[in-house]
Structure formats: structure tokens, C-alpha cells
Write a protein that binds this ligand. Structure first.
Ligand code: OOG
Ligand code: MG
Length: 255
């Protein structure tokens, strides 16, 4: 078990069947470079099954997130159409290993973006912004991983829900974000927790995709990363996120 293609097969199968796997860091630690190669190979398998790339997600862009999982590198992963869930809809616990939900801000791209860009250039490439909930689901036992493990596992991508798109003119630098479970406050934060400004996450996204030989395309969705720690999901919950000025996004959890 050392070939990157073989490891890609293992993480892809774990994600496809929602099953737990041991950490590679125990026996065969992956460098960051190897881990991104594994991620790319595992995504090729998904695309081969007919899934379509719809954008990317940034990971570990806030201190709260870094502290919660003990990894302090910003990472990224690919989003596909199969991960999108309807706003106000239902997700099933059966599709996940041990899912958690986190409050995010999403960008919709209007123009391609890649490489070293300024915040202004990044802003100029944005069509709209929205409140978003990401459901992350590490395939590793006990939701524990090192940086190589998590990158190989597509940065724990599993599902996401988008709220209404709002004007790109909306000032998103410091918006209150309230993540509630069954109407009770779970996590409270600010969009400023995302690298000081969510736009910085988009700047990092442009740089990171370019280093993989890709770019952000017009129409792509970019999740900027969780602003607070993530909350474990359980059947029966009603999950909602209210973002100041951007509005609400919600879903329910069923068994
Ligand atoms: C890694 C994915 C992190 C975020 O928004 O920070 C992430 C994890 O926490 O499992 O999606
Ligand atoms: Mg996230």
C-alpha cells in the first residue's frame, strides 16, 4: 500500500461508501505534494463516474477550525455536483461516516481566476456571494488526521448547501454568523475569522488551484472555509445559519 493511485482508490472508495479508514499517517505519511496528487487521482475516479466539478472549497482558513482539528495549514478540495444539497432540504445520516456542519461564505465566480492575484482582482472576478453550510465528513477513524491525510481525503468534502446569492457589492469583511441547531445557538462567529476577510481565502484559492495546474472558472462556487468550529450532526436536527445582511440557509437531518 504505497502507490498514490492505490491510496486514491482507498480514499475514493471510503467516500463513495461512507466508510471509515485508518489514517495513512500511521504507516505511510503523505507529504503535502503527494496528498494533492492523491486527491487529484481520487477526483478523476469521481469524474469517471459522471460527477462534475462545480468549484472548490477552502479548508482550515480560521483559527477555530485549525484548533479543532489540530492542523494549521490552509488546504483546498474539489466540489462536485453530487455534493450539492437543496436549501431547506433534508440530508440523511446514512450518507455519512461522522458528519459535522460549519458556517461558511460562498463566492460565485463571474470570470476565471488563477495564480497570484490581488484582493481587488479577486473581487472583480466575483459575481455574487451567499451564506453557506458545509457538511464535512472525514473518512478517517475518530475524525483524526494529519495535513497529508486530510488533503488526500479531499479536505473532508462531503456536502454543502447554498443560500440566496447576494450582490458582490455586499461588504463581507465582518458579518455576524450564527449557526443554530434546533433553534438554539450552536456557534457564533464573524466572517472576519476567515483569514481576516473571506476575500483572502479567494486569493489563496486562486494561488492554490494554479499550483495544481487548474483555475477557477466562471460559474464556479468557492467555499471560503468555516468561520467557527464545526458541530457534529445527528438525526432529527434542524440546522440553520444566519449571516448578517446575507440571510439564512438551512437543512434538516434525517436518519
Ligand atoms: C477539514 C476541512 C476543513 C474548513 O472549512 O475549514 C474545512 C476538516 O475540518 O475536516 O472544510
Ligand atoms: Mg469547510
Amino acid at each position: 500500500m504505497s502507490g498514490l493511485a492505490e491510496i486514491a482508490g482507498i480514499v475514493d472508495e471510503a467516500a463513495r461508501t461512507a466508510s471509515e479508514i485508518p489514517q495513512f499517517s500511521d504507516e505511510r505519511p503523505l507529504s503535502v505534494e503527494e496528498a494533492y496528487a492523491v486527491q487529484a487521482l481520487s477526483m478523476q475516479r469521481r469524474y469517471g463516474r459522471g460527477e462534475r466539478r462545480v468549484g472548490i472549497k477552502m479548508g482550515l482558513t480560521s483559527r477555530a477550525k485549525m484548533l479543532q482539528v489540530g492542523v494549521s495549514d490552509v488546504t483546498w478540495g474539489r466540489l462536485t455536483d453530487a455534493m450539492m444539497r437543496e436549501e431547506g432540504g433534508t440530508v440523511s445520516m446514512a450518507q455519512f461516516v461522522h458528519p459535522r456542519v460549519e458556517p461558511e461564505i460562498a463566492f460565485l465566480m463571474k470570470k476565471p481566476l488563477a495564480g497570484e492575484v490581488s484582493a481587488l482582482q479577486a473581487m472583480d472576478a466575483v459575481e455574487a456571494v451567499a451564506p453557506a453550510l458545509e457538511i464535512i465528513d472525514s473518512r478517517y477513524k475518530a475524525f483524526k488526521f494529519d495535513v497529508g491525510d486530510v488533503i488526500a481525503d479531499n479536505s473532508s468534502s462531503s456536502a454543502f448547501v447554498l443560500g440566496q446569492w447576494a450582490s458582490r457589492e455586499t461588504d463581507i469583511s465582518n458579518l455576524g454568523m450564527l449557526l443554530s441547531i434546533d433553534g438554539r445557538a450552536g456557534e457564533i462567529g464573524s466572517s472576519a475569522a476567515i483569514l481576516g476577510h473571506p476575500l483572502r481565502s479567494l486569493v489563496a484559492a486562486a494561488r492554490m488551484v494554479a499550483s495544481a495546474g487548474e483555475r477557477l472558472n466562471a460559474g464556479d462556487i468557492v467555499l471560503a472555509g468555516g468561520a467557527t468550529a464545526a458541530i457534529p450532526l445527528a438525526a432529527g436536527q434542524a440546522v440553520s445559519l444566519e449571516v448578517e445582511r446575507l440571510g439564512t440557509v438551512a437543512f434538516r437531518v434525517e436518519a
